[in-house]
Design a binder for this molecule. Sequence first.
Ligand code: CA
Length: 375
Amino acid sequence: MTMVIRLAAASAAVLVLALAGCEKGTPEGSGPVVVAGPPATQFNWKMVTTWPPNFPIFQTGVDRFADDVRVMSGGELDIKVFAGNELVPPLQTFDAVSQGTVEMGHGAAYYWAGKVPAAQFMSAVPFGMTAKGMHSWFYSGGGVELWRELYEPFNLVPFPMGNSGVQMGGWFNKRIDSLADLKGLKMRIPGLGGRVLDKAGGTPVLMAGGEIYTALERGTLDATEWVGPYHDQRLGLDRAADYYYYPGWHEPGTALELIVNKGAWDSLPERLQRIVRVAAMATNLWAYSQFETLNLKALRELRQEGRVNILPFPDEVLVELRRLTREALEEEAAGDADFRRVYEAYKAFRADNDAWNEISDDAYHRARGLEGVGG
Ligand code: CA
């Protein structure tokens, strides 16, 4: 109680001094200076993304993040979000933030594989870690530190911000019974997954989300991957192909990224930096939980409708794809020192993560499965 009164008295005294100063018209820089705290600087930032406007979770998560930051900072850090093409084309997000045209961006690190091949480990590599492993590696296993080193030359500070969970293997217009069924297959599948398909005799095609449905429906494509049951159903892919394969061996837990221009980041007081860091972490968890929840609802609907055959890839196909993935990763590492360095760190963490999962998650799921699913 005493403390409160003393503080109130002190505040009143300060107020009197300040008013006295005003009355006397004390010029700036002379007389007693009363400072209640550091002056609040208003930061009005722009943020661009690689996603279409209102794209569920991907873009809506970014809108939510900006709102969190604005409210938590009492309006001091106001981030105006622009979806892909609203300010810059989606795939110029990296450059726009790197050059300081805008302060922030959101996308997925494997989009920048042409500039930073090793960045692919910060989003998804075939037969890599799932969300659980990625989160552990990023936050507690040195992943984010490696990521910062990779982006440093580009004037960027990266943060994990979203994870799709295990994606689906994709939509096919025929059954896949052996590796031979992938030969000659024209499939929309980006990144290293596409490289692996190419090694398996297929033809990877790069195509934006908006064109996939028509291409698959008209037979321009034989197959496509997209995200998971929720986003795939939303795109109408369940009406364009009969076979829906799992798992998404090529994208086992795709991480999304927040990138901040280094100069802009350094200009923020520590308090606002912490708000951004914590809001990104919260968005990471929010997005992952949204993917998981909306996917399981969409899967239930697809099963209830019963029109689509939902099938696992045969073991023989997965074993071959994994072998080809190792080849592709080794080839990439042979030509890029950063890729090699990050690959080795990633592999070491994944090996430990696998060993632990074997007697934790995997063993637990087996235990639950002994009497069948449920209960
Ligand atoms: Ca995908």
